[in-house]
Design a binder for this molecule. Structure first.
Ligand code: GDP
Length: 451
């Protein structure tokens, strides 16, 4: 996401690297480059204007002229300003004092509302809430079924006009306002504490749709109205967002399809233009492809300073506690790190989701983008095949592997002997790192994975 913007901005800063002083001409040239990069990324013109004006003013000011490393200071300023246009502080869902918390989704057809409804419900469920999905999109023929499928995947019930959940509130009217209202009543009665209401969109902004959304809003009085916008739609994003802001007065923005290679700048403008914060990012078609949006972390990612915090959170989400405790115990006992451990850790990493997505969050990822694009997720399968072709003794003490055993293992696992050698080398590095950590009392990290 935002790859080309990220590449452009980081290469702009290269010219400033190591400069002891920045002349006005340096600042002008940099600001000009930033302006071009933002415009080419589809960031809305007024947003670009304000952004560059702020950067220029600050870059010519004392915080830069007095800085030890003016180039880095400019990067910091751009980072701050990016955080600003993305909405400043991370904004979380406001939970109602008296449950249920009601969340309404609004946006154009195809924006990703129904998908998001499933993601949000799963996320809430994972936090111990008991959510209910309400299918008030009666426009698109498939929307109700699609929500039911998502609900099933998330393990969350769906309130739908018939033939949905049977209840005394079951609407058969085909009136989305009534469905929404009945859904809330159902949640009250059955003590669901979060209600997520999916609503209908149209292909473009249209008065009838907006009226319907406004009517639903008025009927259910939601705690949050999330406006879902497809990051791929380009310059139209700003107008669409403004129309929805006037029509339903949303409280937060969700950027969807951030996994695509859209230029994304228009989506970046939405918060700034509407004054409403971006709260979530949707990054794929699976229910887990979903993140809380942190403006500061996103700015870091765009400026290729990495997003270690999100990386760690993703890791925690899927980390196998038993396995982690086993490793920790090994550390405490100062036992040797073996190839079996190495394999177990690689499998853990695979469980965290796409390796590529993860590595993209590392600082400096922009420089490795090409290699990352080529990264083959099947690498872990090959590692597994190689390790499985070794005897238990060899896995503990791979130093004993001579040339002919390596050749046999390569043959047995269907790889070239150079891959066996490469794996053993990486394992050696990981083992060293682990030893250091154990001595230093650190936490087990990730083994060296081939790029
Ligand atoms: P709605 O009309 O707003 O309810 O949109 P949907 O939820 O039906 O999404 C429209 C299409 O976009 C579907 O094919 C989804 O699978 C897809 N989609 C939704 N969110 C994402 C996302 O974050 N990334 C990608 N790649 N596809 C998405």
């Amino acid at each position: 996401m935002f790859n080309s913007l990220s590449d452009r901005l980081t290469s702009t800063f290269k010219n400033l690297r190591g400069k002891g002083r920045l002349s006005e001409a340096d600042v002008d040239a940099t600001v000009r480059e930033i302006r071009r990069a933002l415009l080419d990324a589809d960031v809305a013109v007024p947003v670009v204007r304000e952004f560059t004006a702020h950067v220029k003013e600050r870059a010519l000011g004392e915080e830069v002229s007095g800085a030890l490393n003016p180039g880095q200071q400019v990067v910091k300023i751009v980072n701050d300003e990016l955080v600003n246009i993305l909405g400043g502080e991370t904004r979380r869902i406001k939970l109602a004092k008296n449950p249920p918390t009601v969340i309404m989704l609004a946006g154009l057809q195809g924006a990703g509302k129904t998908t998001l409804a499933g993601k949000l419900s799963k996320w809430f469920k994972g936090q111990g809430h008991s959510p209910l999905l309400v299918a008030a999109d009666l426009q698109r023929p498939n929307a109700v079924t699609q929500l039911q499928v998502n609900g099933q995947r998330a393990g969350v019930p769906v309130f739908a006009p018939h033939p949905g959940v049977q209840s005394e509130f079951d609407s058969v009217t085909g009136d989305p306002v009534a469905v929404a209202r009945d859904g809330i009543a159902e949640a009250r009665q059955k003590l669901y504490d979060v209600v997520i209401v999916d609503t209908a969109g149209r292909l473009g902004v249209d008065a009838e749709m907006m009226q319907q959304a406004a009517d639903i809003r008025a009927a259910i009085n939601p705690d949050e109205v999330l406006f879902v916008i497809d990051a791929m739609i380009g310059q139209d994003a700003v107008n669409t967002a403004q129309a929805f802001n006037e029509g339903v007065n949303f409280t937060g923005v969700v950027l969807s399809k951030l996994d695509g290679d859209a230029r994304g700048g228009a989506a970046l403008s939405v918060a700034s233009v509407t004054g409403k914060p971006v709260m979530f990012a949707s990054t794929g078609e699976n229910l887990d492809d979903f993140e809380i949006f942190h403006p500061d972390r996103m700015a870091n990612r765009i400026l290729d300073m990495g997003d270690i915090l999100t990386l760690i959170e993703q890791a925690e989400k899927s980390w196998d506690k038993g396995e982690a405790e086993r490793m920790a115990q090994k550390f405490a006992d100062q036992e040797d790190f073996t190839l079996d451990d190495f394999l177990a850790q690689m499998q853990q990493i695979r469980k965290m989701g796409s390796m590529k997505k993860m590595l993209m969050m590392m600082p400096g990822a922009a420089n490795m983008r090409q290699q990352l694009e080529n990264f083959d997720e099947r690498e872990i399968d090959r590692v597994e095949a190689i390790v499985r072709s070794m005897t238990p003794h060899e896995r503990v003490a791979p130093k004993i592997l001579n040339g002919s055993r390596r050749a046999r293992i390569a043959k047995g696992s269907g790889v070239h002997v150079s891959e066996v050698n490469g794996l053993l080398e990486r394992f050696g590095q990981a083992q060293k790192m682990m030893k250091k950590m154990a001595q230093g009392g650190g936490i087990p990290g990730m083994p060296g994975v081939a790029g």
